[in-house]
Design a protein around this ligand. Structure first.
Ligand code: CAA
Length: 290
């Protein structure tokens, strides 16, 4: 039975996962090597819980209780009593491998490992651990407290008990799960990222401005955010990593990342998290940069 959950990485996904787990009654150990990131994560979680309380979705007491369930640490040994650890670090295979190498000696023998990777092979990541049969993909969507879906991806070795435990957990977190096979970028990002990449080509080729492209897709296809606004929200570095995983993994030129996306990432214009991407976020209202 899963009672205590570890989360690795205190970025936007890790914070959101810790938030949802704590709010639904689980003890959480949130770990990041950077103490500043942990401090920021606690502020973000508090802010988002308060936002839910102000909308009447949860009570003020729930906010305090949920925050009280989250411990933070810079040490892997904080996971010693966790039943499941969810890795939500940056979307880089070398970084994730190094994390699993450090994680495994600190786990209970029967603990499960899940990765929130948005594109990397679960089978390959599982093979870097001592427990590929208890390793699974659990892919949350951003913002985690709002989005209904959790994609669940079994690696070739994942056993049925692990799948059932993680599927039931997603349900207890108030989410709906969809099962995807272990192919590059799974379901959501296999479909979403080529659309975003095509929107960037549309900008690159001068077919439309940032504003025209986002307005067209919001009002013309009823998307809650335009594709460029969404790219900034996901993070342009993450978008590029996912396109590269599709391009390399499926060996099809239709997945080649748009050169403009590469250039923005090289410039450090990574989207909302750094204050600039396809929009400039330094003012109250985001301003298109092209
Ligand atoms: N925590 C808690 N609540 C939040 C929140 C957060 N982080 N962010 C927004 N909310 C709540 C708001 O309080 C609001 O609540 P009510 O409905 O009760 O009023 C609700 O969510 C809507 O928010 P807003 O009114 O502020 O703004 P909005 O209506 O523009 O919605 C949005 C914001 C939910 C983000 C919406 O724009 C949206 O759905 N965008 C698309 C998101 C999306 O596609 N996500 C998937 C990205 S892909 C991914 O994650 C996979 C990957 O691997 C890359």
């Amino acid at each position: 039975m899963i009672q205590k959950i570890g989360v690795i990485g205190a970025g936007q996904m890790g914070s959101g996962i810790a938030h949802v787990c704590a709010l639904n009654g689980f003890d959480v150990s949130l770990m990041d090597v950077n103490p500043e990131a942990l401090k920021k994560a606690r502020d973000v979680i508090r802010h988002n819980l308060e936002r839910q309380a102000s909308k009447g979705k949860i009570s003020e007491a729930d906010v305090a209780v949920a925050l009280g369930r989250i411990q933070t640490s810079t040490e892997y040994r904080s996971f010693a009593d966790c039943d499941l650890v969810i890795e939500a670090a940056t979307e880089n295979e070398d970084v994730k491998r190094e994390i699993f190498r450090n994680l495994v000696p600190n786990l209970k023998e029967d603990a499960l490992i899940a990765t929130n990777t948005s594109s990397i092979s679960i089978t390959r990541l599982a093979a870097t651990t001592d427990r590929p049969e208890r390793f699974i993909g659990m892919h949350f969507m951003n913002p985690v407290p709002v989005m209904q879906l959790v994609e669940i991806i079994r690696g070739i070795a994942t056993n049925e008990e692990t799948y059932v435990a993680v599927r039931d957990l997603a349900h207890k977190l108030g989410k709906t799960s969809a099962v995807a096979e272990d192919f590059p970028a799974f379901i959501v990002n296999r479909i979403l990222l080529p659309m975003i990449n095509e929107a960037i080509y549309t900008l690159y080729e001068g077919v439309g401005s940032v504003e025209a492209i986002d307005t067209a897709m919001k009002l013309g296809a009823n998307h809650p955010m335009g594709p460029l606004e969404l790219a900034d929200f996901i993070g342009l570095d993450t978008c590029l990593s996912i396109m590269n995983v599709l391009y390399d993994g499926l060996a099809d030129s239709k997945y080649r990342p748009c050169p403009l996306l590469v250039k923005y990432v090289e410039a450090g214009w990574l989207g909302r998290k750094v204050g600039r991407g396809f929009y400039d976020y330094s003012k109250e209202t985001p301003v298109p940069t092209r």
